[in-house]
Design a protein around this ligand. Structure first.
Ligand code: SOE
Length: 362
């Protein structure tokens, strides 16, 4: 039987517009799903750029009117990859029009927006592009946690370090404007760390945070740091910054438990360091695992063991899993409700930083 076509409209023509476009084009090469994504229309504000991107990635049409596109009866899926402050309006319109809604992270710029969005899509298939959950080494860490190989977790330590905030030659884009981004590294980078932490270590109960802006006149946070208490009794530290000179995209975590330790850094995304406290003491040491199979997450989807994958595969795998769930009727994660959970932590972080006190995650 021929695969069922799935007509996609994407709103957004930036970095994520490209990353998602690539996933739509590639997914069928790696995931055996009975659905055929069709790149119908790409929407954005800049017509010249749009035409170029459409030609590069194979979108059939372009549009500068996302509202008209969302109403089109031939569109099945609306993928929101526009600046953060537009996510709610676009996702709500798409949900109202009965579309399957996919949204870039962070879900929203406030908990109130996120709640309305999660409510609007509840009961329908939906997804948020927290793509790093699909890095094989991160999915494998989750498996180690579930198998008890880390044991009772004591410490969860995560950093997302970029350096581009310090570049005075860089043109100021929407990510540096509160009116469009909602926040700085809080939504852009810390949201990834929190999603991964919730996925690997469970709910966060309370936080104590500071937010800092280095650049004069900038109205978003350049750096956000916090302490956290998890529901499982472990304690966490998080640091997200665009001023970590020397680090391009260092999204990293370390988990220390009673039975072992796992350490990951996205800049070396095929690798996971695992320490087994059950090994003979004179043989203990970090095992530098190449998480490309055999018996690793996504090993059968991509290349043969030892043949490394890259950043784009995390998006392809997220989409592949989503399409698999869509065709089987299974629930996909992370969905809007999961992303709302992240949003609640981010809100507690902001509250804590502005009130200079510990705050409970509502
Ligand atoms: C910011 O530089 C950014 O592109 C984020 O927006 C992405 O979500 C992150 O994965 C990489 O960095």
């Amino acid at each position: 039987m021929a695969d069922k076509p799935l007509n996609i409209a994407i709103i957004g023509q930036g970095f994520m517009g490209r990353a998602h476009s690539n996933a739509y084009r590639q997914v069928k090469h790696f995931f055996d799903v009975p659905l055929e994504p069709r790149l119908k229309v790409i929407c954005g504000r800049n017509p010249e750029n749009l035409a170029r991107i459409a030609a590069t990635w194979g979108w059939e049409e372009t549009s500068t009117d996302w509202r008209a596109v969302v109403e089109r009866p031939d569109i099945d899926v609306v993928d929101v990859a526009a600046p953060n402050s537009l996510h709610a309006e676009m996702a709500l319109a798409a949900a109202m029009a009965g579309k399957i809604v996919l949204c870039e992270k962070p879900l929203a710029v406030s908990v109130e927006e996120g709640e309305r969005m999660a409510e609007a899509v509840r009961g329908a298939p939906n997804m948020v592009w927290f793509n790093y959950r699909r890095a094989p080494a991160i999915a494998f860490t989750r498996r180690l946690v579930e198998e008890g190989r880390i044991g009772q977790v004591f410490h969860y330590r995560a950093t997302y370090l970029q350096e581009w905030g310090n570049d005075p030659t860089r043109p100021p884009g929407w990510k540096l404007r509160r009116s469009e981004a909602g926040s700085g590294v809080l939504g852009d980078l810390l949201s990834h760390l929190i999603d991964t932490a919730l996925y690997l270590n469970g709910p966060i109960r309370e936080v104590s945070a500071m937010m800092h802006t280095f650049a004069a006149g900038r109205d978003v946070d350049d750096a956000t740091l916090l302490l956290a208490r998890f529901a499982n009794g472990s304690v966490g530290t998080f640091e997200a910054t665009r001023y970590a000179v020397g680090c391009r995209n260092r999204n990293a975590f370390e988990i220390h438990g009673s039975r072992g330790m796992a350490r990951f850094n996205l800049e070396d995304l095929n690798r996971l360091e695992f320490f087994d406290a059950g090994d003979a003491r004179n043989l203990q040491g970090g095992r530098n695992l190449l998480v490309t199979g055999p018996d690793h997450p996504y090993a059968t989807n991509f290349w043969k063991p030892g043949h490394i994958i890259g950043y784009e595969h995390t998006f392809i795998a997220a989409l592949g899993d989503f399409l698999g769930c869509l065709s089987s009727g299974a629930g996909f994660h992370p969905d809007f409700d999961d992303a709302l959970g992240v949003q609640r932590v981010l809100a507690a972080v902001e509250r804590s930083a502005s009130e200079r006190r510990w705050c409970t995650v509502e």
